[in-house]
Structures are given as structure tokens and as C-alpha cells.
Design a protein around this ligand. Structure first.
Ligand code: HAM
Length: 417
């Protein structure tokens, strides 16, 4: 019986890794310029953190979490997203008191038991960004600008920014009540989830993807028509600053996002190239979350990029060469010298590979070519007699005799820089 990867998980194979390292490198370089530092939190947390943070009525918490009993009877969950764990760490380590500009990012795997399809996995990876302690609209605009700058840094250009405000504790309760009333008349014809949520958490009805429910949902009252003055002002200023920064957006009053912690600004970036799972990143403001999880009054805002989805949008990236120098000893006595030169090249910072299998000259040259070698250093009977290596420059198809005592320096100079 052969063993397969678990449904909804995938291997990132060596040929793909360069693209992943590119996404990671772009994140680290760009986020540092915006004052962010990396944080690494555990992949599992107490279940309660997510139930309280993300919301018990969300799809993520009610249907998709990988939850298991710990041996001591506690309940643990593989993190379905990064924000709740980061907030927990911020509170636990009092980071808001020691860091004057609390901006952190994280990279890593997340787990949701969704139905797998293109761009949707049960283990997937996020690049996650969070900023704490900023109340003004400027951070909303900066965060969105950063999200787009990140896509840009990865070479992704064709996408659309979708924007909304979901109000706050001041205006949302009245809107939710309005929604509840509107749903009382209609929910009986909607899907089971909507019927339940119409009472328990009406905002979640707006996330419903069931096709026959869509016309009803479209006709529901829109949150942006029911914002309080402060939320309206905040949102107008976010929009104004985005326009100032030359950022195009589309307003989408249904964009409440699948997590309960959002207030005011929410946003997503979508791409038609992704198919049904079109959202490459999503985020928003979550001013009450830190307090809800037992911390102080501390506003927060952030976003997360799905790396599998981002990788589908990346321009093609040929795998980097496997070695700079391929060593080709042709006769018995050459093997030892090749071993020593291989070690010396590596110590000098040059990547070197030696084919130890002694296949035919032609097939080894082919192998060197496949590995992307810049130089092939050949040591045969003739070369041994002359005390030299034949060094073949693969790019220029030219060959040169290099004295044995100079070959290391020769290859070093031509490969490093
Ligand atoms: P989210 O919208 O649930 O937000 O996820 C963010 C991104 O993760 C999505 O846009 C998508 O690219 C990717 N993603 C989500 N689920 C899957 C999946 N099953 N397979 C592949 N990719 C997936 C959050 O997670 C929030 N924590 C974002 C945030 C940070 N808000 C504030 N700070």
C-alpha cells in the first residue's frame, strides 16, 4: 500500500521552492521598510482562543477547525489563521508597552478543513501583517497600500481591490437588528446555515455562497447606508487617502469577511486569474479584538495573503542553477584531485558538484548542462600529464587550459560576482 499526502495538503517540491523563497524574501524586505518585524507563534493554540477571537458562528470556527483533545483533557486547535495567535502573544508579552510602533508580520502554515479545490487547501500558507495601536485612517490606507506593494514586489499586477466598512460597536448593533428583521421575512426560503444565522449572527448571512440565496442577500439593507457619523467619516478619509495614493478600489457593501472581529475598514484583493477562489488576500481593522481576548483597549489592523493563491499569479520563475562548477574527472587518478577541488570550491563560496558515477563523457556533459553549470572542469589523461584542467565555459561554449595550481582562483573569480 502506498501512502499519499492527506487530502487538501500538498508538497512544495524543490522546483517550486525558488518561487516560495521569492515570496518570503519580498515580504521580509518590503515589510522591514514599513517598520514591521517578524513574529513566530505556535501552530496550535487553545481552542477557546479561536472560538472567542474569530467567532463561534463563523464557518471557520463552526465547521473548519482541526480540533483535538490534549492528553490532559484540554482542547487544542491547529491555527486556522494567524491574527488570533498574534494578538494572544501581544497580550501575553505586553508587547504594546515595550514597542513604540507595534507592527509585526508572520509567515507560516494555517489549517482549515474546507472542501479542497484549485487555490483552496486544508493546509495552506499565509503571509500575515498586523499593526497595533493606530486609530487614525492613515494606517488603514497604509496597510492597504502595503498589501498592494507586496503583490507588486512579487510581480503580480492584475488584480482588484475591494473595500468596505462594517461599522463599529456604535452603529453595527442597530444594523444587525435591521438585518435580523429583514431576514425574518425571507430566511425560511434560504439555506440551513442562513436560517440559523438569521437569528444567531445575521451578518454572517452576507458571507453565504449558496447560489439560490444570492438574490435575497443582494436585496438586504446595506451596512454602508447605516454607519454612524464617526465610522462614515473614518471610511471617507480612508477612501480619500487611497485616492491620494493613486489606488483604485471598488466599494462592496457585502464585504463583511468570514471572521467576526472586524470593525470599520475591511478589504480584499481579488484576481480573475484565480477562478472561484478569487481572493488572494484579505484583511481589515479589528479594534475590539485585543480587549475581547483579555488585553487592553488596543486597536489593530492587518491582512493575510494566501501564498498558494499568490504562487498561482506569479510570473514564471525558472529554477536557479544547481551548481556553478561541474567537475568531470575522466580517469581514475583524476578522481581524488576532483574531490579536493570540489571541497576547496565550496569552501570558497562556489557551488560545485562532482559526478561520482563515472558515466560516459557525453552523458555527463548533458547532466552538467541540465544542472545549469556555468563551467565544467575536465580532468583526463592529457590534462593530468600537462598539470592543467580543461575548463569549459558553458555559456560561451569556449574551453581553456588552466594550470592546476590556478584553477581554484580562476573559477572563483569567474563565478563570485
Ligand atoms: P482570510 O480572508 O480568512 O483572512 O484569509 C486570508 C487569505 O488566506 C485569503 O485571501 C486566501 O488567499 C488565503 N486562504 C484562506 N483560506 C484558504 C484555504 N483554505 N486555502 C488556501 N488559501 C486560503 C484571515 O485569515 C485574517 N486573519 C486576515 C487578517 C489579518 N485580518 C486582519 N489581520
Amino acid at each position: 500500500m502506498s501512502v499519499h499526502a492527506v487530502r487538501g495538503t500538498r508538497d512544495i517540491l524543490p522546483d517550486e521552492v525558488a518561487a516560495w523563497q521569492g515570496m518570503e524574501k519580498a515580504a521580509r524586505e518590503l515589510f522591514a521598510r514599513y517598520g514591521y518585524r517578524e513574529i513566530r507563534t505556535p501552530v496550535f493554540e487553545e481552542t477557546e482562543l479561536f472560538a472567542r477571537g474569530i467567532g463561534a458562528e463563523t464557518d471557520i470556527v463552526s465547521k473548519e477547525m482541526y480540533t483535538f483533545a490534549d492528553r490532559d483533557g484540554g482542547s487544542l486547535t491547529l491555527r486556522p489563521e494567524a491574527t488570533a495567535g498574534i494578538v494572544r502573544a501581544v497580550i501575553e508579552h505586553n508587547l504594546m508597552n515595550t514597542d513604540p510602533a507595534l507592527k509585526v508580520y508572520a509567515l507560516g502554515p494555517m489549517f482549515r478543513r474546507e472542501r479542497p479545490q484549485k487555490g483552496r487547501y486544508r493546509q495552506f500558507h499565509q503571509v500575515d501583517v498586523e499593526a497595533f495601536g493606530f486609530t487614525r485612517p492613515a494606517i488603514d490606507a497604509e496597510t492597504i497600500e502595503l498589501a498592494l506593494a507586496y503583490l507588486d514586489a512579487c510581480g503580480v499586477t492584475r488584480h482588484q481591490l475591494v473595500l468596505n466598512s462594517v461599522g463599529d460597536g456604535n452603529c453595527r448593533p442597530a444594523y444587525v437588528e435591521l438585518l435580523r428583521q429583514a431576514l425574518r421575512e425571507r430566511a425560511s426560503t434560504m439555506c440551513g446555515d442562513c436560517q440559523r444565522r438569521a437569528e444567531t449572527n445575521p451578518l454572517r448571512v452576507l458571507d453565504c455562497k449558496v447560489p439560490q440565496d444570492q438574490p435575497l442577500i443582494e436585496a438586504l439593507p446595506k451596512i454602508t447606508d447605516h454607519l454612524c457619523a464617526a465610522c462614515r467619516e473614518h471610511f471617507a478619509e480612508v477612501c480619500r487617502q487611497l485616492r491620494l495614493l493613486g489606488i483604485d478600489y471598488r466599494l462592496e457593501p457585502r464585504l463583511v469577511r468570514g471572521l467576526d472581529y472586524y470593525v470599520r475598514t475591511t478589504f480584499e484583493v481579488t484576481s480573475d486569474a484565480l477562478g472561484a477562489q478569487s481572493s488572494v488576500l484579505g484583511g481589515g481593522r479589528y479594534d475590539g479584538l485585543v480587549k475581547d481576548l483579555g488585553g487592553p483597549e488596543l486597536p489593530g489592523i492587518g491582512f493575510a495573503v494566501g501564498m498558494e493563491r499568490l504562487s498561482l499569479l506569479l510570473p514564471p520563475c525558472p529554477p536557479p542553477p544547481r551548481c556553478q562548477v561541474f567537475l568531470l574527472p575522466l580517469v581514475e587518478g583524476a578522481q581524488d584531485r576532483a574531490l579536493v577541488l570540489q571541497r576547496d570550491l565550496r569552501a570558497a563560496g562556489v557551488s560545485a558538484l562532482l559526478d561520482p558515477e563515472g558515466r560516459s563523457f557525453k552523458s555527463r556533459m548533458k547532466q552538467a548542462d541540465k544542472l545549469g553549470a556555468r563551467f565544467v572542469a575536465i580532468l583526463g589523461e592529457d590534462e593530468l600529464r600537462r598539470g592543467a584542467w580543461s575548463v569549459r565555459d558553458m555559456a560561451r561554449s569556449a574551453q581553456e587550459d588552466v594550470p592546476a595550481q590556478r584553477v581554484l582562483q580562476y573559477l572563483k573569480e569567474r563565478t563570485n560576482g
